[in-house]
Each structure stands twice: as structure tokens, then as C-alpha cells.
Design a protein around this ligand. Structure first.
Ligand SMILES: [Zn+2]
Length: 199
């Protein structure tokens, strides 16, 4: 790699810092950039700057937006009575992609983690309570991750919201599609049993 000219080497090193990109892929990407037109390269560079400058948090749900409201909050056709709480903006994107949810979202921006010094004030919890109070939300679906911190955050929220006139539900967790029962861990099996439904 060191035999590349320093300018190209700098780009390879930059690419290699990106998540999921190893040295080989970084080199391939840098060589690809070398081969595209100057206009294509300028457009790519401008896109990167635009993302940094223009993408902000939606003022309502704290998802990603390049205007005051994100596409979902600006959509009048969504169900205002149901709010789905997620940890990160990419969780929201994944749920949107599935097309199963037509309500509104609220992005917490993390999970409670006392060991890392992350408490309720570090997440968008106060804003969540305000939204529920002001907007007549009937159901809050807790779609926090199912790891220890996500579960702790969901429990905290369930307790916090129990004093409000809103139904609080937790997304079901169970055995992934195409998975063999004998290779499934005990916690997942227990959850799957508890969350069973009629067919
Ligand atoms: Zn929004």
C-alpha cells in the first residue's frame, strides 16, 4: 500500500476509517474515485459536505431531517394516536422499510446506561412525555433494542408512563424466521413462549 502516491494513500486511509471498510475495499474505492470524472468526484464531495451541513434532528420526533420536520412527521396521513419509541434513527428507518407501522415515531438517541454515565436526562425522554401529554397519544410501542440496556430503558419508560392515560406495549421478541429451535438461546426461547399467539 505504501507504494501509492501520498495523495492517493491519504484517501485510502480515510476510506479505511469508515465502518465495515477494510484496507482492500478502501484501496478499491480510492482507485474507483481516481477513475471517475472530476464532476462525479466533486458531486460526491459536495454530497458529503451537504449531509454534514444540512441534516438535522426533526423538531418533533428527533429522527433525521433536512427541514424542520422529517418526512414522517410532515405526512398528514399517519396515525397520530400511536407512537413508536426507538433508540436510534436507523431503527426508525428499518421499521419504515418493513412497512408495518403507520403511526408516529420518537427517537430517544440511545439507551440508559448507568455504567457509561447515560441517564434519563441524556435521552429524549422528557420530550417523549411532553408529546404524549400534549398530543392525545393512545398507545406507545416500546421498540427499544432487546439487549440489557434496551430492556432496562423499556422498563424505565413503562414505569414512567404508567401514570399517564396511555396504553404502553413492548414489541414482541422471539425466534427469527428460518431459525432452528435447537440453536436458539434460552432467553429468546423463553420470550417466544411467553409471547405466543393463536394461529
Ligand atoms: Zn419527525
Amino acid at each position: 500500500m505504501s507504494s501509492y502516491p501520498p495523495t492517493l494513500l491519504r484517501l485510502i486511509k480515510q476510506f479505511a476509517k469508515l465502518p465495515g471498510i477494510g484496507e482492500k475495499t478502501a484501496t478499491r474505492l480510492a482507485l474507483h474515485i481516481l477513475n471517475i470524472s472530476s464532476q462525479g468526484a466533486a458531486s460526491l464531495a459536495q454530497n458529503i459536505l451537504d449531509v454534514k451541513e444540512k441534516i438535522k434532528l426533526c423538531s418533533v420526533c428527533f429522527g433525521l431531517a433536512d427541514t424542520e420536520l422529517c418526512n414522517i412527521c410532515a405526512d398528514p396521513g399517519r396515525n397520530n394516536g400511536v407512537l413508536c419509541v426507538v433508540e436510534e434513527a436507523d431503527d426508525l428507518m428499518a421499521l419504515e422499510k418493513s412497512g408495518v407501522f403507520k403511526g408516529r415515531y420518537h427517537v430517544l438517541h440511545g439507551a440508559l446506561s448507568p455504567l457509561n454515565g447515560i441517564g434519563p436526562d441524556d435521552l429524549k425522554i422528557k420530550q417523549l412525555v411532553d408529546r404524549i401529554r400534549k398530543n392525545g397519544i393512545k398507545e406507545v410501542i416500546l421498540a427499544n433494542n432487546t439487549d440489557v440496556e434496551g430492556e432496562a430503558t423499556a422498563s424505565y419508560l413503562a414505569k414512567l408512563l404508567s401514570s399517564l392515560p396511555v396504553r404502553v406495549t413492548r414489541i414482541a421478541s422471539g425466534i427469527p424466521i428460518g431459525c432452528d429451535i435447537k440453536y436458539t438461546d434460552q432467553v429468546t426461547l423463553k420470550r417466544a413462549m411467553e409471547g405466543r399467539r393463536g394461529i
